[in-house]
Design a binder for this molecule. Structure first.
Ligand code: MG
Length: 224
């Protein structure tokens, strides 16, 4: 059985500034911050790291209680923000996932920096949720490599998978590439986020595509 681990934002879909809008609304509405400081880097990071940084940046104690409050409120406001900001499923994604879904020797999962709850909301909103057996989210790990390790351990525990055992990571940022290499996976980069081919190749991607629209080529590489 081969396992494919897909990133979400910039890989399967784009949501414009949905996350920023939702997090800003939470800081204002739930934490009483009048003018939230949103000067953090979003791409490729886990929400664990991102949300903790946002709390500190806005002078809120990054306690466990505040983190839990932040994540719950973020998950509650995200559906409305998705409706307001729009966004789209990236080229080739639906066709690729449909084809992969017909294979019983391939398991499609999500490994993302998003919280598991908000990952479900995004995938559900764009009607992609049913293509995936499970979601490994960035709820617990500030370092994305730790998320990869946790995912690999889970796959070993549940399915008996060994590291590098036909696992493929697909993502749009150097952080995705690094996290795939961390667990000895094959790594595919896609340039539909904010990073170009050269950057993703330099990070160590084994295969890079501009987008997923050349479904035959991508399917062949993923299933080889
Ligand atoms: Mg991404």
């Amino acid at each position: 059985m081969k396992t494919l681990l897909f990133d979400i934002d910039g890989t399967l879909l784009v949501t414009n500034d949905t996350g920023t809008r939702a997090l800003k609304a939470v800081l204002m509405g739930d934490f009483g911050v009048k003018h939230p400081n949103m000067e953090v880097k979003f791409g490729g990071r886990t929400d664990r790291a991102l949300l903790q940084e946002l709390l500190l940046l806005n002078r809120i104690d990054a306690t466990h209680a505040n983190y839990v409050k932040f994540t719950a409120a973020y998950s509650a406001v995200l559906p409305r923000a998705l409706g307001e900001c729009g966004g789209l499923v990236l080229p080739g994604v639906t066709e690729l996932l449909t084809r992969l879904g017909k294979r019983d020797d391939i398991r499609c999962l999500v490994m993302t920096g998003n919280l598991k709850a908000t990952a479900r909301e995004k995938l559900g909103y764009f009607r992609l949720l049913d293509y995936f057996d499970d979601i490994f989210g960035g709820d617990f790990d500030a370092d994305r490599r730790h998320l990869a390790r946790r995912t690999a351990l889970f796959l070993r525990g549940i399915h008996g998978d060994q590291e590098g055992d036909g696992t493929v990571v697909i993502g749009d940022t150097p952080a995705d590439i690094v996290c795939g290499l961390e667990i000895n996976a094959s790594v595919m980069g896609v340039c539909t986020g904010n990073f170009d081919r050269e950057t993703l190749e330099q990070a160590g991607a084994h295969f890079v595509q501009q987008d997923l629209s050349d479904v035959d080529t991508v399917y062949d590489w993923l299933t080889q």
